[in-house]
Design a protein around this ligand. Structure first.
Ligand code: NAP
Length: 282
């Protein structure tokens, strides 16, 4: 922190970044915890990212979140990456340690914390997960599922090559399957996760019948606009337990806040209501 700054400051870096709800989340924690600190937004283009991160500290920041489209590029620009950032080759949280810029990835942590909060004990007895999508978010989800003890993760993606690449990056226990093999995979899955942007407001729907899904399988969607996606609605109608994606967004913010401001914050019903009321259509 420069001598001129009396309290820690952090920000979210993205392009565009106006849509980011991180300032709402961190601002809520700062005010409810009564801490001196600030959290802002920085719209930084791809061309300016390297220069911005090199001068992050001189700009008065103790750290930052990184969002779309910079998560992968920022990974290549930090001095040190944590194990969980290396596992997915992307960062969403930056902080300094012994003068070096550290890149962490808390998306997988947020994903698991959300499942644990929504369906406590969800992984007990679960062996197989089916993940739809192989984009940036899928990387964190797959690594988190393996880390939570799920022995087999099947990845299905529109573009098969990306599913193969994700399986290769993830290593043992993770395999790619074709979209045409979904029914068979659903029959084996203890947990089904949508990480595609299908079903998100403004995107095409996820057209998938859950008729073949194993009875009692947990269904979760990381899309959180709308909060109850078509997938979650269908799953609930069929009697499956469900977890929506908003909690992932809230929980992924916890480790960064603790690093920058020195207190581990809680994801409370009040925070959830606040962010929910800021979602389109609420
Ligand atoms: P991404 O890297 O762009 O990946 C998008 C994924 O969706 C790819 O697998 C892509 O398949 C698939 N897809 C897109 N359009 C499709 C279509 N018409 N038909 C079939 N598949 C299609 O995006 P991302 O960063 O992983 O984010 C994915 C979603 O997760 C977004 O809705 C984002 O808002 C949400 N998200 C939520 C959280 C949270 O905290 N809850 C965190 C991160 C992301 P191809 O490879 O074939 O293109």
């Amino acid at each position: 922190m420069p001598a001129s700054s009396a309290f820690p400051r952090a920000c979210v870096i993205g392009h565009p970044v106006a849509h980011s709800r991180s300032p709402l989340i961190h601002g809520h924690w700062l005010s409810t915890l009564g801490l001196k600190g600030a959290y802002g937004r920085e719209d930084v283009s791809a061309d300016d990212l390297a220069g911005f991160l090199r001068t992050l500290r001189e700009r008065g920041y103790v750290g930052a979140n990184v969002t779309i489209p910079h998560k992968e590029a920022a990974y290549g620009l930090v001095d040190v990456a944590t194990d969980r950032a290396r596992a997915v080759e992307a960062v969403n949280t930056l902080y300094y340690e012994e003068g070096r810029l550290v890149g962490d990835n808390t998306d997988g942590f947020g994903f698991l914390a959300n499942l644990e909060a929504g369906q406590p004990g969800w992984s007990r007895g679960a062996a197989t997960a089916l993940v739809l999508g192989a984009g940036g978010a899928a990387r964190g989800v797959v690594a988190a599922l393996r880390g939570a003890g799920i022995s087999r993760v099947l990845v299905a993606n529109r573009t098969r090559d990306r599913a193969e690449a994700l399986a290769a990056l993830s290593g043992r226990g993770v395999g790619a399957i074709g979209w045409d093999a979904l029914d068979d995979a659903m029959g084996q899955a203890d947990i089904l996760v949508n990480t595609t942007s299908l079903g998100m407001a403004g995107h095409p729907p996820l057209e998938l019948s859950l008729a073949a899904l194993k009875p009692g399988a947990l269904v979760t969607d990381i899309v959180y606009v709308p909060l109850v996606t078509g997938l979650l609605q269908q799953a609930a109608e069929r009697g499956h337990p469900t977890v929506d994606g908003l909690g992932m967004l809230l929980h992924q913010a916890v480790p960064g806040f603790e690093r920058w401001f020195g207190v581990r914050p809680q994801v409370t019903p009040g925070l959830r209501r606040l962010v929910e009321s800021d979602l389109p259509g609420s």
